[in-house]
Design a protein. Structure first.
Ligand code: SF4
Ligand code: SF4
Length: 450
């Protein structure tokens, strides 16, 4: 095990104020089960899970309530014991509508977990992959891609490097940081399980240099008998946690346009996902809870909470003592890549990393102006795009033009909008343009199938 400075540094990026001091000293606290949870069937990328319980059914903590529904999908389990009260239509923080199972909770202390696989090192890789699939694990860094799929690369794409993403470059959020401080041993074992499944030579743990105690915790956990693990210190900056940028920083490899990390022999997993893999394999626990940072200048007592999925944002805020002043903006996730939400009734899920409540004093109101051609967005873009030009194509509804200059490479990091002196809504433009491209591709596919 060794610790090194990441040898490369991607071009672009920004340095926003981090505000992590609000919550980073708060040790992870288990949130009491609310009396009722609304558990969404879509907490991951891909097809929503298919509800497999009915109103009146008794469920135990960990029992299956939603079946994986297709190759890119993930199963959903009851985060608490109790009784199914209803199956309703709900929505996620991203506004995606889906079915949800409402459970009246009951603290009976009973669980329905899988058989632990203690001897995982001597267990067939396919069995471990299946366990990760049946446990419903999806990427907890934000994307929610089903982990079983990510850990099943085709034979012609061998993986030699597993990168464990502990950068947590989003302002305000401290959940990954606390998980590294408090569960470093389990994260390391999770990383070794991933390494074993993929047959990868090395594991590289990526942590920003503003988290020295997390580095020390991971060094201590990985120090003994762990081969091929290296800690890579990244200079603090945004978006250090982005997959393609992290691969470049650590290995010098560039993921080709439209390609995936597996194209350059890498798989990137969040540290929270590694912890979930440990729990699923070693303790048989499906993914039913996660650590969420509840923070922001408007929150009375910022905290890092271990939350059963389906708990509403309102319950999180209440548990943190409510708000200290009126809230002007609520963000699900971090302020750079998260989503502003209009209601606290939204249920938490596998990709909910944080909830940020900001008072009016922390929000600046701008009106967008015409581009002045300053080029700052071009300097800031970590993907080497020309955001000003892309935005103009999209405003003119020339989606094909935007696609020609690599719109689909945009990772929606928001760096361009952050630096734009004309306050142009560049990320919103990129999202609208990408939705247009996807719609056009889907229509073309449908036409071909006719
Ligand atoms: S949001 Fe897209 S265009 Fe803007 S800086 Fe990030 S990657 Fe570049
Ligand atoms: S930063 Fe804003 S004003 Fe400057 S070139 Fe980019 S879009 Fe135009």
């Amino acid at each position: 095990m060794k610790t090194v400075s990441a040898p490369y540094q991607f071009k672009g990026g920004i340095h926003p104020d981090y505000h992590k001091e609000l919550a980073w000293k708060s040790a992870i606290e288990r949130m009491p089960n609310p009396s009722e949870l609304t558990v969404p069937m879509s907490q991951h990328l891909g097809a929503p899970a298919k509800v497999c319980v009915s109103p009146g059914d008794a469920v135990k903590k960990g029992s299956l309530i939603g079946e994986q529904n297709g190759f890119i999908s993930a199963s959903v389990h009851a985060p608490v014991s109790g009784t199914v009260k209803a199956v309703v239509q709900s929505c996620s923080a991203t506004g995606r509508s889906c079915q949800a199972v409402v459970i009246e909770s009951m603290d009976d202390g009973e669980t329905e977990y899988f058989e632990p696989i203690v001897e995982w090192l001597h267990t067939h890789k396919e069995r471990l992959r299946n366990r990760i699939g049946e446990a419903g694990i999806a990427g907890m860094g934000g994307a929610g891609f089903p982990t079983r799929v990510k850990l099943s690369p085709p034979h012609d794409k061998p993986i030699d490097t597993v990168i464990l993403n502990g950068a947590e470059c989003e302002p305000y959020l401290t959940s990954d940081y606390r998980v590294m401080l408090e569960h470093a041993d389990k994260i390391c074992i999770g990383a070794e399980i991933i390494q074993h499944i993929l047959g990868a030579k090395t594991v590289r743990i990526a942590i920003e240099d503003n988290k020295p105690d997390a580095v020390r915790a991971m060094e201590k956990a990985c120090a003994q008998e762990r081969q091929g693990i290296e800690i890579d210190i990244l200079p603090t900056g945004y978006p250090q946690g982005s997959e393609k940028q992290q691969i470049y920083n650590i290995t010098g490899r560039e993921v080709p346009r439209g390609g995936l990390p597996m194209d350059v022999g890498c798989v990137v997993e969040n540290v929270g996902t590694s912890l979930a893999i440990y729990e699923a394999v070693v303790h048989g626990q499906p993914l039913i809870e996660r650590v969420i940072t509840v923070t922001g200048e408007a929150v009375e007592r910022p905290a890092n909470l271990l939350v059963p999925f389906g708990t509403s944002y309102r319950k999180l805020v209440e548990h943190c003592g409510g708000v200290r002043e009126s809230v002007a903006k609520v963000i699900s996730g971090g302020p750079m890549m998260g989503f502003a939400v209009g209601s606290l009734e939204i249920p938490t899920g596998k990709t909910t990393s944080g909830l940020v409540l900001l008072p009016s004093g922390c929000i600046q109101q701008f009106s967008s102006q015409a581009c002045i051609g300053c080029g700052r967005c071009v300097d800031a873009c970590p993907m080497g795009l020309v955001p000003s030009e892309l935005s103009q194509f999209i405003e003119a509804d020339d989606i094909e033009g935007a696609e020609r200059i690599a719109l689909m490479d945009c990772i929606e990091c928001g760096s361009c909008a952050f630096v734009c002196p004309a306050h142009r809504p560049l990320v919103q433009h990129m999202r609208r343009g990408k939705t247009g491209v996807m719609a056009r591709r889907a229509a073309a596919d449908a036409q071909t199938r006719k």
